[in-house]
Design a protein around this ligand. Sequence first.
Ligand code: DGL
Length: 262
Amino acid sequence: MFDSGVGGLSVLRALLAELPGTRFVYLADSAFAPYGERDAAEVSQRTHRVASYLRKAHAIDALVLACNTATAIAIDSLRKDHPDLPIVGVEPALKPAVGLSQSGCIGVLATRGTLESPRFSVLRKRLMSQVTGPLRFLCQSCDGLAAAIERNDDSAIQTLCERYTLALRDAAGPDLDAVVLGCTHYPFAMSALTRLLGSSVTLVDTAVPVARRTREVLGLMPAAPGTSVPPPVLLATRDPQALEQAASRWLGLLTTARLVHP
Ligand code: DGL
């Protein structure tokens, strides 16, 4: 599995709970983070390169693209290039949010790259055409937020969350009752977002459904309680200590990360 950086750890957390006996190789492409503010061709090139590296160097059985931006931009071409490899992507949870929202007024926080992708636009339009009744998706790109989470910079996280939740509130008015976290980094800003949006707004994340889907794709049964957990292999293309610290802070993992250059 991989992400542009530490954000995919939110997906790894759910995968470890769903598939505790499975060996995970997590790669943070931190030398190229953030993906969300790069152009699509560059994100696609990195995604293909990292996927080929994980296949060659680690003989993976399946790949989880733990990054909404990489999924939005490159999952189709990646599946074409690797037809024999099961690939699970991560997409903003618009459909679950429709199910949870009473008002039909839904905010979407994601990277610029995800929101501007044709894949996201197809997803949004498909839902708009399927749902009867009022439905509005208010999409807010969050430049800088993934990078602030990478740096664990609490003050920047707070400032940016304030800016983007205020913009959502301004656009949505009082009806806003669900906000999709359309970037795997954003669950790590959950406490700031919850404080700012209040308890009447449900935050919708995709990690658990993605973990369940990965288990189904691998044809595995739900984990028995007490299954032993092999430690994940942690790799980073820059600053492996930052990945180690994030894995320890958020997942309680005490694993050394290695620097790699796919
Ligand atoms: N975590 C990634 C996502 O889900 C990308 C964040 C970034 O690198 O911009 O979109």
